[in-house]
Write a protein that binds this ligand. Sequence first.
Ligand SMILES: Cc1cc2nc3c(=O)[nH]c(=O)nc-3n(C[C@H](O)[C@H](O)[C@H](O)COP(=O)(O)O)c2cc1C
Length: 362
Amino acid sequence: MKDTSKMLSTYTLGHLELSNRAVLSPMTRTSAESSGKATAEMARYYARFAKGGFGLVITEGIYFNYENSRSYANQPGIADDEQAKSWKPVVEAVHHEEGKVIAQLMHGGALVQHEDFVSIAPSAVAPVGEMLAEHGGSGKFSTPRKMTNDEIQYVIDSFALAAVRAKEVGFDGVEVHGANGYLLDQFVTDYTNQRTDEYGGSTEKRIRLIVKVLHAIRAAVGLDYVVGVRISQGKVNDFHHKWAGGEKDAEIIFEQIAQAFPTYIHTTEYKAFAPAFSDSQHTLAALAKRYSKLPVIANGKLGEPKKAESLLENGEADMIAIGKEALVNADWVHKVKEGKPLKPFHHQYLEPIATLRKEEYA
Ligand SMILES: Cc1cc2nc3c(=O)[nH]c(=O)nc-3n(C[C@H](O)[C@H](O)[C@H](O)COP(=O)(O)O)c2cc1C
């Protein structure tokens, strides 16, 4: 790809100067200590992507309170200062390679694959689908307990505290995981949210928790810190879900989010370049840009550089996040720049389990 490509051009995200618009998509690898501390191997793993040219690295989803936010065994956490400190070598390793790194903060809600606590969710609705084999689960999810209003407030507060810890250990920003079927997305989704209070019912009410979380984080970290939010229709346990209100829902969701002053929105779809709804020509990324007027990261099957470049060229997105292709091409950016062939990704790579492979941290 030519040096004049948009993908390879610099980009300023908030106050962050990024060397290009290629982003490592967040990917859970369940390779932390059982205590939730990040490891030296994880530091080397994340640094590889910065070394391979990615201007921005987003970490896997990190749980942020001990009570009920963790989804997976060996998922990393940032629930206290000890866990936060364990991320310092990860941050330093990425910075050493001249990359930037954002911590993704995640609450699993009903999608819990261990037995350490009873899961909580907007309503006591059993999740559809099955536990994720690549993260060590099998069979149906348990039915969660409906959250009290105090528990909702506690989640908001613990998101904000975790963002402060992330800032203190040197992360360049945080991303709120509002996508893929986890807690915040369970609030957005009509069939998992049957509440009749201020958090349930209309689309405006179902997006309210995300808006409150973003406000709380912004108040805690200040105006100049990068705070993003990830949004999707599909879920890890329900790939094909679509928002019932189509483009009107997109308008409400992205407009409401913009009012909470995030720095960016990160949309993820199975195919980011395909129209988001059957009766609309627009991609979800384009709709996020149109209705929020914020910078947008687009994700979903964009490992093919021409597809990624065309989304940027058309003004549908400002940055592109690469997931699975990056696992087998940590130097994706360098390869694209030099016109070298990319290794194809095969799902066997994550089988039987998605923990880090030796070659990823050697
Ligand atoms: C092993 C694995 C773990 C993932 N974990 C997360 C995660 O922690 N947080 C998240 O937002 N998305 C997660 N995802 C989704 C990816 O970020 C990305 O959206 C998805 O792989 C589609 O992008 P791609 O087509 O470029 O792979 C994960 C994907 C994979 C393959």
